[in-house]
Ligand binder design. Structure first.
Ligand SMILES: *Cc1c(COP(=O)(O)O)cnc(C)c1O
Length: 372
């Protein structure tokens, strides 16, 4: 088959259907000619459309996912002297956001079966200084939010959701981002909904939090030249909002395609001698398969085998955040045995919605053959 001669890549962006790319081109042109490039009609419309899609009352478009978390935490009044609990198995941006507002990132280890933050370990890390938990819907899997809501309520702290990998994931009918004080999304190009550059957004059902975030993203400005906060410059660009409006209607079908690919990989890996998959979601939880992550003791061996057969792979994440240099210097950086072991074993397989069936079959065949 000819596809065996071609690399199977993580993100073959150029394969997005031509009719979508044509609509994107029209949106770019429309925006370029609009004379309105910052906080105009496109951002306003996308915020409204995202709120409707996500079942959130308010959406605030910002510069990127890191800023969505940072601005949300600032809007909650979290800062120096406060502690915020999160997972070491995440994009480092989650931890940077906590540090950026001046709070102390406190890590809780993952649960082995899912690689999501362990609620028991998180509970054990709560102190009188803890103000919030940032739960990450890692790899696209919605967490057990009822349990996290209960923990946060009992402790009298905020629950925050990092939804940067989980656009459209839900518990039953309720989308992620709506279970806590706010949810943060990233539209980095590789995410399930991606812009043509950086973009981010926070969702909330709290009107005050939404208006505080609107101030903060725009120099802390209440009305023109009146600055009531030490704000930021972090706005979703009109041009990115225009692109995202084109792509949003295809998010769910893309997520369904990701699910199909994940199901194929799961079938191919049933009872594999050396490669294991993470636990499948439970009945109500959804998984939008941002990444398909497997574990194997000889990670290098598997990645090299795939590369030899022209299949790209990555590791998310090869360094547990507690072992990143800025973290190791902190008193709060304890060993994270499960996260560290996961970081040594994890391999992300290609799961772009643009993969062809022949490519998915090829990866499945290779995995079945592999004896590393
Ligand atoms: C991508 C990502 C972020 C950061 O988003 P940016 O838009 O790149 O700033 C934060 N958290 C998680 C879990 C991510 O995957």
């Amino acid at each position: 088959m000819s596809s065996t001669n071609l690399r199977i890549r993580m993100n073959p962006f150029e394969r997005e259907p031509r009719f979508v790319r044509r609509k994107v081109a029209r949106a770019l042109k429309r925006t370029a000619h609009s004379g309105q490039f910052i906080l105009g009609r496109e951002v306003e419309s996308f915020e409204r459309e995202w709120s409707e899609f996500n079942g959130s009352q308010y959406s605030v478009g910002v510069g990127n996912g890191l800023d969505a978390l940072t601005i949300g935490l600032r809007a909650l009044g979290i800062g120096p002297g406060d502690e915020v609990i999160t997972t070491p198995m995440t994009a480092f941006a989650t931890i940077l956001a906590i540090k950026t507002v001046g709070a102390e990132p406190v890590l809780a280890d993952i649960e082995w079966d899912t690689a999501l933050m362990s609620i028991d370990d998180a509970q054990s890390k709560i102190t009188p200084r803890t103000r919030a938990i940032v739960f990450v819907h890692l790899y696209g899997r919605a967490g057990n939010m009822a349990a996290w809501q209960q923990l946060a309520a009992e402790a009298g702290i905020h629950l925050v959701e990092d939804c940067a990998q989980a656009h459209g994931a839900a518990i039953g009918e309720q989308r992620v981002g709506t279970f806590g004080s706010f949810g943060a999304f990233s539209f980095y190009p590789t995410k399930n909904l991606g812009a043509l550059g950086d973009g981010g957004l926070l969702v909330t059902n709290d009107e005050d939090l939404a208006s505080e975030a609107r101030l903060l993203r725009n120099y802390g400005q209440r009305s023109r030249y009146e600055h009531v906060r030490w704000g930021y410059n972090s706005r979703l660009d009109e041009i990115q909002a225009a692109v995202l409006r084109v792509k949003l209607p295809y998010l769910e079908s893309n997520n369904r395609r990701r699910r199909e690919i994940a199901d194929s990989y799961r079938r191919a890996l049933t009872a594999h001698p050396t490669i294991s998959v993470l636990e499948a979601p439970k009945l109500l939880e959804s998984h939008v398969n941002h990444l398909f992550v497997v574990r194997t003791e000889n990670r290098k061996g598997l990645m090299e085998f795939l590369a030899r057969h022209s299949v790209d792979s990555l590791s998310h994440y090869p360094i547990s955040a507690n072992l990143q240099p800025p973290m190791t210097k902190r008193a709060t950086a304890l060993p994270m045995p499960y996260s560290e072991l996961h970081s040594e074993q994890c391999v992300s397989l290609p799961i772009s919605p643009w993969l062809r069936n022949s490519e998915v079959d090829r990866v499945c065949e290779l995995l079945a053959q592999y004896r590393g």
